[in-house]
Write a protein that binds this ligand. Sequence first.
Ligand code: GTP
Ligand code: MG
Length: 261
Amino acid sequence: MTTNGFQTALEYSDKRKQVFRISSGSEELDKLLGGGMESMAITEVFGEFRTGKTQLSHTLCVTTQLPGKNGYSGGKVVFIDTENTFRPDRLKEIADRFNLDHGAMLDNVLYARAYTSEHQMELLDCVAAKFHEEPGVFKLLIVDSIMALFRVDFSGRGELADRQQKLAQMLSRLQKISEEYNVAVFITNQMTADPGATMSFQADPKKPIGGNIIAHASTTRISLRKGRGEMRIAKIYDSPDMPESEATFSITGGGIADAKE
Ligand code: GTP
Ligand code: MG
């Protein structure tokens, strides 16, 4: 029982036992993530265009529905699309890899297109209401991409502080949803192409955008970069407690999978 927001450490420990992980479709990538996308947490992937952020989002729509390790029974997904790149037909191809019925699989994915950052925030209210109505049914909330609309809505020079404040509210909302309803939150992010960085010989000139706000809100941050052909390399970014290791995976017709060589 919670009293004024307090619970005993024992109660909290029991709650943490409900944490589950969702497979990315690639065992190597899952290993890097400590077993997959964690519930009660925000996982962020960032990378340049065509590094596979949206393809990973699509794959997760399907893998979330599959029963997994440690008694994970599978569940439904919410997909918030800010860039109009969601394609149900891709989900069908991915579902074929796992022998899922198309209709039933698509019926388990709740989709919304966000048109402004404000609309994106309103959609989170709807999501929270839905999760409240149907407890335990939804397991994953995807926002692809988290920053795209903020970049458009707050593009002026003097608007950065305002943008960061609104962004902080959104991420705080996402954290609350993930913990309150025990779901995994998966967000994709873009990168800066810092023009001054090459001049200053910085080791890592490309960074995820959104600054400290996203850095602090994300439990796990993964950077993606291109490899040969369909291969992609994922790396843990900036983690205090995870080693800086890498995983290679590939983008296939059936979604994200281990790289075959
Ligand atoms: P931005 O949103 O533009 O920043 O990129 P992203 O990181 O979201 O890239 P996305 O996930 O859209 O990845 C695009 C890559 O996936 C491209 O290299 C495509 O060739 C590849 N891809 C998309 N569909 C398929 C498919 O059906 N089969 C295979 N093998 N690759 C695909
Ligand atoms: Mg994309």
